[in-house]
Design a protein around this ligand. Sequence first.
Ligand SMILES: [Zn+2]
Length: 494
Amino acid sequence: MSDRDNEVPAAGRPVVLRGGTVLTMDDAHTVLTDADVLVVGDRIAAVGTALEVPDGTQEIDARGGIVMPGMIDTHRHMWQTAMRGYGADWTLTQYFVWYYLEHGKTFRPEDVHAGNLLSAWDALEAGVTTTVDWSHGLQTIDHAEAAVDALQAVPGRFVLAYGNIQAGPWEWTADPAVRAFLERRRRGSGDLLGFQLAFDVTGDPAFPEKAAFEAARDLGLPVTTHAGVWGATNDDGIRLMHEHGFMTPETVYVHASTLSSDSYQRIAATGGSASVSTESEQSAGQGYPSTWQLRRFDIPVSLSMDTSVWWSSDLFSAMRTTLGADRSREHLEAHAAGDTVTHVHLRAEQVVDWATRGGARALGRDDLGRLEPGAKADVVLIKNDASPVSFPLLNPYGHVAFQAQRGDVHTVIVDGRVVKYAHRLVGADLPALRRTIDATVEHLRSTMGEEAWAQGMNPDRPHDEVLDNPYQYTDYKSESTHDARPAVPAEPLL
Ligand SMILES: [Zn+2]
């Protein structure tokens, strides 16, 4: 079969991608040229040159393209996707005002459903085969049901990170209905849906979040937490988690930007990982994108896009901005010391690893993020014969990180199933999805009123209420952001 047929490979039959440059992302980061990847059932069956394939195998011509593992986004507020682009010029404070303080409550279950559906297809279209839905708008069980229903309606791999910004984590995790929901939806959810608990630790010395960590432990669920976020979470939260024994290898620290060496050492010592959302940190103000620090402490990294209120769900952007931010910082630090960087520390190969293996590691999924026999068949083909950017293909990691974009994603396979082919999603009813999203936008807009709607997109000034505490469920306020910091607020490299 050729692309010209524009015929989607039928479900259930083996598929072989023929003749591509294959980034296996195995332990040795083996790169094969003119190689094939054979998918049988939900697994990678073979990777190599001129593979023999079973009768009836469908062929996808990967010549001139790059075959790589599906990408993994470890932190994305999918429910916010119905507000795509609305907050392009926001700061984090304005985001907190809009979602935490004023309008987050306006989202109905059907609005969470609509945002999740759009976000899920958006991710698949960009070659992101696994997305952690950092779902902190679950103010009722109906909202939670709607979130999971949407994820299960799209043929991607998702992790619902259950959260609720409208109540203290010690409250909603104690709710028997929440626990029953988690137990029920986990049962028989299969391999395509996982669960985490999502909440933040304010640094309140009373450590009320302790009960939420205990709930996570009871339920056997990993915790994902926004850590090192200027004005919201800081070193105190990390220290409290550590002192109480809640920092574990499966804990994911989102952003991990405004933190001291002490916190990075605690994360490194307990084996957790950081989810870096460089585009977000650069615009919103959580702190300088942390990879340049995380590298010093050998803390594992995965990448994420955070929210489409500002950004896309496109990990090409994540790889590109992460390389830029890390290198920019390395040059800046060197220049401040009268020095010249002659070899950049962070390589394109490393960010491709973070976008694939890094995410798999963060989720404890050794069977994802690599193209090796026995691994899950989550595969992306980057190939766009109509684009002058597709050749020459000299440095495949560099090509992925700096040249490719979502429009170049030709084929996406999740769990052995072709979900995008010849640059088009398979089975997505986008006109229907658009009507659903329009209804959500109309609901939010009419509830807010035209003036508030326009003002929300271009806020004059932030509410003082959230400057020291975005979490409206607690009165605790940290003064930590009032202390002046050095001009470049982090410790020197050496
Ligand atoms: Zn976030």
